[in-house]
Write a protein that binds this ligand. Sequence first.
Ligand code: NOJ
Ligand code: CA
Length: 719
Amino acid sequence: MRKFIVSIVALASILTAQAERIESPSGNVSVDFELSPSGEPVYSMKYNDKEIIKPSKLGYELKGNSNLREGFKLIKTSTSSFDETWEPVWGEVKEIRNNYNELLAELEQTSTGRKMNIRFRVYDDGMGLRYEFPQQKNLVYFTVKEEHTQFAMTGDHIAWWIPGDYDTQEYDYTESRLSEISKYHDSAVSSNASQTLFSPTGVQTALQMKTDDGIYINIHEAALVDYSCMHLNLDEKNLVFESWLTPDAEGYKGRLQTPCHSPWRTVLVSDDARKILASHLILNLNEPCKIEDTSWIKPVKYMGVWWEMITGKGSWSYTNELPSVKLDACDYSSLKPNGTHSANNDNVKRYIDFASEHGFDQLLIEGWNIGWEDWFGNQKDYVFDFVTPYPDFDIKELNEYAHSKGIRLMMHHETSSSSRNYERHLEEAYRLMNKYGYNSVKSGYVGNMLPYGEHHYGQWMNNHYLYCITEAAKHKIMVNAHEAVRPTGLCRTYPNLIGNESARGTEYQAFGGSKTFHTTVLPFTRLQGGPMDYTPGIFEMNISKINPNNNSHANVTIANQLSLYCTMYSPLQMAADLPENYERFMDAFQFIKDVPVDWDNSIYLEAEPGKYVTVARKEKGTNNWFVGSTTGNAPHKSFISLDFLDKDKKYIATIYSDTKDTDYKLNPQAYKIVKGLVDYKTKLKINTVEAGGYAISIFEVNDKSEMKGLKRLSSSPIK
Ligand code: NOJ
Ligand code: CA
């Protein structure tokens, strides 16, 4: 990670209790900080002189009836400026500018002598604030009862939210006024497998809002390390959000030791929704990369022996018999095979052949290891050992076969949420991966957390996830953790965290379907903290065609699925459907083959939460561009200019779009492909349907003969 420009200017002053203002580099965002007459820390935020966050209190309630909420005096404030440009190991863009002005307010609680500092970083697209606790005699170990960070809203904004829950984010979003969150809470919950709800006005972050005068506000957190994940709980009458941390098994919200600090609490703001999507504020608030040699970290396009299990056609388990002895003592070849085990040698080879023929990097195989038959229905400490294959999965031969065909296998570790069991086996499991040449693992945390009482998003588990990532780095292994805590930009510091699920993924299209606007909300919410392994690429929407006993319908069109490879940014992208479904639509599949997974530049062309997201991305190291436009809950007339193309170059574009007859329910497989010449002057009008979209590949012409027979695309090729 190279630093180009660094400039730090610092000013310090000893102050009496008066309001301090800090402005962003261009002055459009400002934050005011002061102590109330009773010594409570209070901040507010403005955007172009308009109030975004009304005066809001900051502080903590601690175990043992003490608090860090009031009675503070201001010891000192200091300001500084920072401007640096850094290169991510992988990403949406080649270079990221980190430019902010900072205010550090150093506070002391008069009655206890305890010190607590608040640091603000103000950017042109928002701000971050965090609490810092210096090393001190009067505060060494402390237990948090609750963090009380307020975000006082200025009006009854529209919000795109999912219910607060300590254990799952796999919800459909609800769009409502803030004052209606409790009204819609039950219906928001009912469509999902809820785990641990706590309040009818609790929501998860990143929370996207829009004011009546068209300002987009987004609240999330950055750099969640050794701390519990923040939810927001709304005081519906006063429209004030307050932080609500995930508790531990005893109900406490954090065990801290000074010196320490909280994660950043972030607020993005813009009058242009595209700027919310293009923001790098959350990555910027994370520490620079801590992995010295990153040469082994590579974006991955993959297929999987997976969708057939998710749809219920195949099984993860080799057998339906329960072993009568402990798993590692069990001779699996003595158990009766159930005949539906997908991870068998022949089937895996079939997928390897297809994935390698079409240029994929990897093939994920789930259900390769013993324990699945024992896990279903059982919540217990010891289920998986992560090293013993079922008898019909020849780990050595299959890896050799894959390598001989130029691809790798991707490891799968379903932990069954027994995190201690996973930690006990981790080293051996990673060594097995090294031995056979796996360099990436999809891990998962399905079910209630073990040890009992801990939650998926608590401090204890957050430390577990990071432990797995840092141990994996020692083995040069990339991690894609499902059901783990929602990302907060840690992939900047640990770029081997190549993906997370941590939201409602494509799998729900096989569990009954998702709302049509889902993937036009996720870029504003879940993707703010880091890439999602959304697993797009479904070409057969009628799931009963795969498994006659599954009547689910994927509420999307084929063109919509192609668009997601651009709009749902991830360095890890799956083509999730079965090879036989792709074989029926090879011309559309071509886009999945062509689209890269790493970029030099990204330009958001159109965006509105719930409605549409259109982005153009430039492939890493080439002059090729790829455009994706995803449509939400209403048809969209997209109008884009290709003025981002080089003026002196010619390009061949292939547009994959909905047709006028496409319908996500009744005719989802109707699409149109148009190929022609484009340049920087080309303007395109493309109409899409609800849950539809389009994708465009734009290849630089290297040899004039490629242009033969192709016409210049007119401004409206697709009606
Ligand atoms: C849930 C994950 O999201 C899914 O991808 C995986 O196949 C199952 N858990 C089993 O681990
Ligand atoms: Ca999941």
